[in-house]
Design a protein around this ligand. Structure first.
Ligand code: CMP
Length: 140
């Protein structure tokens, strides 16, 4: 089915100037960017976005990292977009990510891991709604 998923290019990858290289991978895999905006998240936004992780030991480091610089946030649309994007990203820990994945090629650590992608249909819906009002998503 055609799905939408929320993707974030994290501060490490934005700082490395590889937004375009990452977008090229989405496009080559048949995923369309149907909404996008750059933002420097506030601590409150980052804490709210990652609220499911707030009891995890890595929560503070995760939030510190996500507010350390601008991020590029996009909605990707396409056949099986949620899983397809997760395959393109590779494992959360770049040391475990398969060769040729975004994290294997651009990430440095489990925190500075280049990209975020929704992990399922329910989170995709909630995460898209968190960053984009419906009117800012462009079907084509
Ligand atoms: P992301 O997909 O953005 O979702 C939560 C983030 O927490 C994850 O990517 C990692 O960057 C970060 N993180 C740090 N440590 C861990 C861990 N042990 N397990 C999962 N995620 C972690």
């Amino acid at each position: 089915a055609i799905e939408r998923t929320l993707s974030i290019i994290k501060p490490d990858a934005v700082a490395k100037n590889v937004i375009g290289q990452i977008y090229a991978r989405f496009e080559a895999a048949g995923l369309k960017v149907v909404a996008a905006r750059m933002a420097h998240l506030s601590r409150q936004e980052a804490e709210q976005f990652y609220a499911v992780h707030k009891e995890r030991p890595f929560f503070k480091d995760l939030v510190d990292f996500m507010v350390s610089g601008p991020v590029m946030i996009q909605v990707l649309e396409g056949e099986n977009a949620i899983l397809k994007n997760r395959e393109l990203m590779g494992a959360t820990d770049p040391k475990k990510a398969e060769a040729g994945t975004i994290r294997a090629d651009f990430a440095d650590s489990i925190d500075a891991n280049a990209v975020h992608g929704s992990d399922g249909p329910d989170t995709a819906k909630a995460e898209v709604a968190f960053f984009f009002a419906g009117m800012n998503v462009f079907a084509r």
